[in-house]
Design a protein around this ligand. Sequence first.
Ligand SMILES: CSC[C@H]1O[C@@H](n2cnc3c(O)ncnc32)[C@H](O)[C@@H]1O
Ligand code: ZN
Length: 436
Amino acid sequence: MKNVDLILKSRWLLPVDASRSLLENHALVIHEGRIVDILPSADIALHYQCQQILDYPNHCLMPGLINNHTHSPMSLFRGLADDLPLMTWLNEHIWPAEAKFIGDAFVEAGSKLAIAEMLRGGTTCFNDMYFFPEATARVVDSSGIRANLGMVVLEFPTAWARDADEYLLKGQQLHDHYRNHPRITTSYAPHAPYTVSNKTLEAIIVNAEEMDLSIQMHIHETADEIDSSQQQFGMRPLKRLHQLGLLSPRLTAVHMTQLTEQEITLCADTGIHIAHCPESNMKLASGFCPVAQLAEHGINITIGTDGAASNNDLDMFSELRQTALLAKAVAANPSAIPAIEAIEMATINAARSMGIDNSTGSLETGKAADIIAVNLNELETQPCYDITSQLVYACSRDKVTDVWVAGKQLMKQRQLTTLDVHQIVDDARQWASQIR
Ligand SMILES: CSC[C@H]1O[C@@H](n2cnc3c(O)ncnc32)[C@H](O)[C@@H]1O
Ligand SMILES: [Zn+2]
């Protein structure tokens, strides 16, 4: 008989493992932050002693969702500039606002707002890209969420760094500081092909190889990006990046709404990952990522919200549904991207793209206990013929009742345990009064 920290019993358990199985009346056994066993609930007493056995008779337990592309502090710019194309939105609204307001305090307040929203919506890990990541890292550390923080690089000066060399240096410092943190990893985050030079990209490729880090970058987001690359470099961005040696399994290409057949084959051959951001792409009318075609080529597809300034929320349940629906519409095929595939994109595929699939992304023995409990007993999800169908096509984020990361409960019956929601809302309002 083994003594363990926590046992979660539930009506349904969706591990999101290779078998794509759904377990009924099973339990997750958790010790020292990790899943140590998954077994029928009826067998618990045969094997384990535990002070804390929680029962979820109406719930599905599943891996926490992973938001594979966001800019968490931009939550403070939510709704500041709507209904615009990307470059007008950036050049005339967002970059001027960032030039005025970003700093350590802004990033800390924005990160808290974002992390509280993500946890309440069942997101247990996010892949971030923003200035002053050390402020985001402090909030990740204290809130208990998991994150991969981008070491941002671009060529123009901001309050955080003067030039590419300083961005690289600050990124290195962030990486060194958090290299042994149990929930924080870092990756290179060159902003986009139109803001980063060949020389800087070459340095990033060498560093990422030496340090064994992943790379995330906005790529092929709009038709304008392709046109300006044709003018400046005489070729499309993907070809330029391929010539530089950037296309490899280290790279997560964010957006990818403009792709030829040849480019899709190139993505598959080079083993890059793609972060699909359906709501941001639709809101900015950037284009449509050909998700069904990418999946047919075996490309690892993941899902992100992008920042709340272009979405305008950080709701991964909503992105799950948009991913499954939009893929069908774009491919004119209702069988494209069934519900379980969308769930895989928002969990195990994202973990794989960040190189953390050994420790999270599915509920399997040995992995961290990053778990959400979703109540499927309410009116909106009745009747319950098919659990994955309910989760993707009918469920909303407010049905997530409880959240654990590394075995620590961060939301209990919809109450956050590590973040003060009232304080976060007050701070956001204070910032808004200055920004407006
Ligand atoms: C390098 S830190 C992030 C940088 O990116 C800007 N940004 C936010 N959303 C997008 C997007 O969809 N495409 C390109 N750039 C974006 C953000 O404002 C920061 O300046
Ligand atoms: Zn983005």
